[in-house]
Design a protein around this ligand. Sequence first.
Ligand code: SF4
Ligand code: MG
Length: 313
Amino acid sequence: RNIKMYFPITGGILQRKVGEVKAVDNISFAIKRGETLGLVGESGCGKSTAGRVIMRLYEPTEGSVFFDGQDITKIKGNQLRQMRQNFQMVFQDPYSSLNPRMTVGSIIEEPLQVNTKMSHKEIRERVSHLLKVVGLPQEASLKHPHEFSGGQRQRIAIARALTLNPKLMVLDEAVSALDVSIQAQIINLLDDLRKEFGLSYLFISHNLSVVKHVSDKVGVMYLGRMVEIAPKSQLYSAPLHPYTESLLSAAPEPKRGLKRERIVLTGDVPNPANPPSGCAFHTRCPKAFDNCKAIRPELREIMPQQYVACHLY
Ligand code: SF4
Ligand code: MG
């Protein structure tokens, strides 16, 4: 709720603060149990930062994160460690998140060793179960990450993320590095796991076609702000924000006859350390008018459950 995450910019010999990057600038959203919220936007729009704030990897500059009604931005120490077990994150590159010197078995069991008092036998059984759940053979447990393909490594990362029965998984570009056919397999696996374990996902991706596949709701971010958030079907069939329209017009549409007119945005994404005044999108918006430069539009419910930050509405 009202999350702001500002990072200082320092300069000069004394490394004094000379400015700040508003990586996330006052965003709010909710994810229900068993639901997937897709978070999209170009790189640098703040979606990964938002995911890290939810995971409590960053302390937000302002705002609160609630889990089951409790404000988790206020808790510390032991209580925080226990709370953290409810959240897990899976990244784009399992190479960097899986220790190359450990066997897959020890990678998966590590969270159990650290956080539980399970016996050796119980841990072995749990690892064996998790391998089965993510579709890896039992022999995988004795091998090392480099012996697996990219898709299989992502299965290992998912098995590890599941060890402590999380409630929410933040998937940050989790399938972006994979070939399209492997992407589909991992997405199907994630979908099965969600149903089986009642998981909720925050699915962060720059790929609108993938997000369309997995999400119930979709939020669109631009320069640290949420510009539109709506149930998936509404967002994809009747987007309201000009930025959402332009993103969708650039995404490939598999069904023929549904061709959208391509909206080409002019200019680059502005520097987040110095965002444009008013509506941050006004420098690239094909529909910008007088008000846009001066007044920042607030996110408002324009259609039922469809929230948009734009002066056109
Ligand atoms: Fe475009 Fe203005 Fe709407 Fe911003 S507020 S998206 S500049 S029309
Ligand atoms: Mg990112």
